[in-house]
Design a protein around this ligand. Sequence first.
Ligand code: GLU
Length: 427
Amino acid sequence: MKCEVVVDECTLNCFQICQRQVREACDALGLGAAAYEVLKQPSRVMEVAVPVVMDDGTVQSFVGWRSQHNDALGPFKGGLRFHPEVTVDEVKALSMWMTFKCAVLGLPYGGGKGGVRCDPRRLSCGELERLSRGLMRALAPIVGPERDIPAPDVYTNPQIMAWMVDEFSRLRDHNSFGVMTGKPLLIGGSAGRNEATGRGCVYACLEAMKQLGIPVEGARVAVQGFGNAGSVAARLFHERGARVVAVGDSCGSIFQSCGMDPAAVADHKCRTGTVGGFPAATPVTAEQLLQTECEVLIPAAMENQLTARIAGGVRARIVGEAANGPTTPEADQILFERGILVLPDILASAGGVTVSYFEWAQNLSGYYWSEEEVNEKLEMAMVRAFHNVYGMARDRKLPMRSAAFMVAVKRVADAMRVRGWLGPAAG
Ligand code: GLU
C-alpha cells in the first residue's frame, strides 16, 4: 500500500523550533538570561541500545532515547514512542514540549519523552514484549513514580505499558504501578485514559467555539490522523451533532460533505488498515484534507504537517492541535494573520497527560475514580487552561501558541527561581 505523507518544507527541526518558542516566551516575559539558559535543552538524555532475540533466533539491537527536560515543577512526565524514523532531536523537542504542556495545565510535573527506532507493526507480539521489557531494564535507573513516569505515545499502547510496569516491579521486588501511566485498567490504569487526548482536544475546541459563537450542532469537522486521538475526537464531535466531513490517516484521506459516522469509519479501518476506500466517501489527498472547508480542523497525526504551503489554503475557523508539533512556525504565522484560531498542541493535546496525572494520583492513593469523575475533572482542567491562555492571547494580541508558552514558561521559571536554580533572588 502506498502511504501519503505531507512533505515537510520546514527549515528548522523540531528541537530548534522548540528552542525558538521558549526564547520568544522568555523575552516576552522579560525573564533574565538564566531562565533560557536552563530551559534551552534537556537536563539529561539517555541513549540506549536494546538487544532483542527475534523469533528467527537472530539478535537485533534497537536504539532509543529518553530525554528528561526539566523537573522544576515535579517528576519528568511524557510518552514513549516506537517509530522507525524517530530521532534524538525529535525526542528532545518532544520532552521540552511536555514540560510546557504540563505547565499550561498546572500539573505537578516536568517534561520527558522517549523514543525507540523500530517499526512495531513489523514485530511479533513476543518480539514487542521482549523489546518493551529490555527497554525498561535499560531505563530503570532513571525512571520511577517520583522520578520520571513514561506513558503511551505514537505506536505504543496499554499492553506495552503493562509489560514495562511488570518488568520494573520485578526489578524493585514490589508492585510499582505509579512508574507508568496509560496502563490497562486491571493493573492501575485510569478510567477514561485511553480517550483522554481526543476528549481533551474536543473540550478545548468546544470552548473556543463558544468564544467565537460557532454552534457545535452542524459544525463541520476535519480530522487528520485516525488513531487514538483523532478517532476519539471525531466520535465525540459526531455525538454532539457536528458533521465529520473529512478524515485521513497515513495511507488515505476521504471527504463526505454530509458527514460520516466515525464508528463506521473505524470499523472500515479495522478491517482494511486505513480509512481510505470508505464506501460513499470521496478520496482526497492529505493536502486537500487539511484544506477542507470546515469550522474545526484537527491535526492528530505527526509533526510538521501544516506547512506554509498548506496554511494559505486552510479553510477552518479553528485548528485544534491534537498531535504534537503539527504546525510549522511559518504556517503558524500565516494562520494567525488569516485570523484562524490555533489551539496549540501544548494546550489542545494535553488531555492525555492530564488524565495520566489523575491515574498516577489514583495509584499513589490507591483510591480509584469513576469515568464520569475523570471526564468531569478533565473538562474543568481543559476549560481553565483554555481561558488562561485565551485571556493572555486576547490581552496581548498574540497567537494562542505564544500565549500558551508564556503561561507555561512563567510557571516553570517561577518554580526554578523559588528553588534557587536561577541564582540569588533579586529584591
Ligand atoms: N504521549 C502523550 C503526550 O504527548 C501523553 C503523555 C503522558 O501521558 O505522560 O502528551
